[in-house]
Design a protein around this ligand. Structure first.
Ligand SMILES: [Zn+2]
Length: 221
């Protein structure tokens, strides 16, 4: 036949997406935790937007006086359990004031093999599940009145089904001991307590030494 091929239909050029109408939303402001864990190289002490006004109702004094005493008394009034399975209170060491990477530790480290169960020290709610460079896999739990935050860090993994907003009972499983974050080669639970401000921000609070309260706590499990 030899009929000339029909002229190909001109294919319309792909229309460029006109006007990117849906620009990606600006990233929500990251809120790093105030938690001072192990060595925190060049970490900002405060998250952006934090205001110093929840420190003290009046007076410039740091939270080392009446406020700290109040927070310690509040913590002491809570019936706690030791958060790590198999660790008796007598095995705990006060390391709140230890220097870690140029900062005060402001927490207690409880050594246990990877995979050891970590329990809620108190009743309350899961305020935040957060992953940070220093803390690794962490849980922030509030006490029932939202006055204290309990912070569990370096977890290997969370308890199955753990969710933000859920209610915990003292002794409920929250996760497992690990080395996430900057725990190094020593599996341990880094446990800290904060006195929350009136706004109850999980990343903001005055550190309270957990040691005296844990020494009087019941063993877990
Ligand atoms: Zn620690």
């Amino acid at each position: 036949m030899g009929a000339p091929a029909a002229p190909a239909l001109a294919t319309a050029p792909a229309a460029p997406a006109s006007a990117s109408a849906s620009a990606p939303p600006a990233a929500a402001p990251a809120v790093p935790p105030v938690a001072t864990l192990e060595p925190v190289p060049a970490a900002p002490a405060e998250p952006p937007g934090s205001s110093p006004r929840d420190e003290q109702p009046s007076g410039p004094a740091p939270a080392t006086g009446a406020v700290a005493a109040d927070a310690a008394a509040l913590l002491a009034s809570r019936p706690l359990i030791v958060p790590v399975a198999g660790v008796p209170p007598s095995a705990l060491t006060d390391m709140f004031d230890d220097a870690r990477g140029g900062r005060r530790h402001e927490a207690i480290d409880i050594l246990a093999p990877t995979g050891t169960k970590v329990f809620a020290v108190d009743d309350g709610t899961v305020a935040k599940l957060f992953t940070s460079k220093p803390g690794g896999l962490t849980v922030y739990q509030f006490d029932p009145q939202g006055r204290l935050a309990y912070y569990y860090a370096h977890l290997d993994r969370y308890a199955e089904g753990l969710k933000e907003g859920m209610t915990l009972r003292r002794g409920d499983l929250v996760g497992y001991v690990g080395t996430s974050g900057n725990a190094g080669n020593t599996p341990h639970l880094h446990f800290a307590v904060f006195r929350l401000g009136p706004e109850r921000r999980w990343w903001e609070g005055d550190p309270v030494n957990p040691y005296p309260a844990l020494r009087q706590a019941r063993p877990a499990g």
